[in-house]
Design a binder for this molecule. Structure first.
Ligand code: 6GU
Length: 279
């Protein structure tokens, strides 16, 4: 998988050189490149922001550097390449457009299902906004969706389709506000990257973890069997694997009911046994 990240604080993404994700990059499983948005400015001061039309607090990220930055990771077009017949979306030869992920507290919420979905992609591009956000027209241009108003250049860009160079998704980590998208990218790249084949040593550990089946994980214990006066549940020493599985399943349900009742409401009822549905 290829991932490009654009940020005005590329150093913020240094942790992606560590641990499992760093190893995946070294192993060639993940081609991850972090870019400085300021490298795509054209003025002496490397300006990336300006005041908002309509007034209000804070600054807005200018569209021009973003367009140059995002275009730099698209496959080059033309340049002596023989013209081919126009491709249609159903043409299996047409490579999928990259997904442009814009971290934003105003986006759809990132969850394990979205992590699995994005882990199937060939090319993800993350656009980290700072200040009050990125000029909305960048996202419209990238997606090829409708625009409001006519530019002073007299060109009416109105489009109703989605024929832009990216599939665009605004994605949020949850209902709280961060100063920029960088920390969200750290979280999302880790969640996605660990699902790539060969990144997590034992793929079994992906099956038993929290959210894999819509439930929270069961509690775990290791030696010593007695610690500061506390033992471990007897069943774990029984050697009865069916009983252990039953105990863990009950603990998953108990935890999820107590801590995340919203997950219970969202469960696929067909994964619950009759006994579980009754309780
Ligand atoms: Cl993805 N970005 C920002 N700036 N704040 C957030 C967020 C993302 N998710 C939750 N809060």
């Amino acid at each position: 998988m290829r991932i490009d990240v654009f940020s005005i604080f590329p150093e913020y993404l240094a942790p992606l050189e560590l641990s499992l994700i760093g190893k995946a990059r070294q192993d060639g499983i993940l081609d991850l490149q972090v870019h400085n948005l300021r490298d795509f400015t054209t003025d002496r001061h490397r300006t990336v922001d300006d005041s908002p039309y309509g007034g209000g607090a804070g600054m807005v990220m200018k569209p021009e550097p973003w367009a140059l930055a995002l275009e730099s990771v698209l496959p080059a077009v033309g340049q002596g390449t023989p013209r081919r017949p126009a491709r249609t979306p159903s043409d299996s030869l047409a490579p999928a457009k990259p997904i442009l992920i814009v971290p934003s507290p105003a986006g759809e919420v990132f969850d394990q299902a979205l992590a699995y979905e994005l882990a199937e992609e060939k090319h993800l591009v993350f656009a980290c906004g700072r200040y009050e956000g990125i000029d909305e027209r960048v996202l419209e241009w990238a997606a090829g969706t409708g625009s409001t108003g006519t530019g002073s250049d007299g060109i009416d860009p109105t489009s109703t389709g989605s024929d832009g160079p990216f599939r665009v998704r605004a994605v949020s980590l949850g209902d709280y506000v961060l100063n920029g998208g960088e920390v969200a990218v750290l979280a999302m790249v880790e969640a996605i990257g660990r699902l790539l084949p060969g990144v997590v040593g034992n793929p079994e550990s992906l099956v038993e973890e929290s959210h894999a089946d819509g439930l929270l994980e069961y509690p775990v214990y290791t030696k010593p069997s007695s610690w500061r006066g506390r033992g471990i549940p007897d069943v774990l020493l029984s050697g009865n694997h069916a009983k252990i599985a039953g105990f863990r399943r009950e603990e998953q349900l108990r935890r999820t009911v107590e801590r995340r009742p919203d997950l219970i409401d969202a469960l696929d009822p067909t994964i619950l046994t009759k006994a579980e549905l009754a309780t």
